[in-house]
Design a protein around this ligand. Sequence first.
Ligand SMILES: [Zn+2]
Length: 308
Amino acid sequence: MNYTFGVDKGGTTIKIGLFDNEYNLLDKYDITTVRNIDGSQIVIDTVNKIKEIMEDKKFSYDQLSGIGIAVPGPVKNNFIISTANINWNNFNVRESFEELFDEPVRIVSANDANSAALGEHIMMNSNSSNTVLITLGTGIGGGIIINNKILEGQTGVGGEIGHVPLDEFYNFECGCGRVGCSETVGSARGINLLVKYHLSEADGSVITTRSSAQQIFDAAKSGDEFALKIVDIYSKYLAKLSNTISVIITPATIIFGGGISKAGDFLINRIQEHYLSMVSFDSQRETKFKLAKLGNEAGMYGAALLLK
Ligand SMILES: [Zn+2]
């Protein structure tokens, strides 16, 4: 039996998954780190943990197919350009890991959102080679898979779906410094901004400016008219985002993940309905809309699958 490790470096934890030949998750481990820790210490801690697991599971370097590493920042050809919260800037992740092992180990690295897209793409088993993952959280993240490969782009930031210019009506400010990016209307923050903007129409609604995205969806599901209006505006923007992506790359599947995707089919069906009213070509109608399956393990799965 051969083994693969998938490592996902998050804000303060490093998730390590141990996978078999078929990329079934056998075991998972967490290492907790502190923010802004020295990057090289993270490499040492991770490698030590992996060695410990190998010893514990009694397998040798011959049985180790490799280690995939997902990191929060742009990655180009295993070279990390910059990262949030850790000092891994202009950092050769492959070499830094390789030199700490006693024998040669195959190391591959990619951006975490792109890794998550790869994880969802492969584990979805859809027989298609083109997938887009849209992660709906505080912001919007995601990744683009073309011909079963991550689209890194020229500078490692391919798939910055959260900053597709989308809105010219509300003009909410984006963290990137511009206005109207998809995440200003399509993220958890976006849905709150929409509530604030339309608050004068909220008579008789349970929704307030402090309502969470989940509360807004729950209210909409139980027929709250104001919540339904907000969800409709929100879904329309995500449909527009899907259509923008679709006319360029025509993915077979668009997968929605992240906290807001817990709203489930109620949300996905609305997005798809609006999407179908926007498409230019019949071929775009074939794009399937699905919910992500791997949750917060997608990055770890995707990291391991980088070695596939
Ligand atoms: Zn932006």
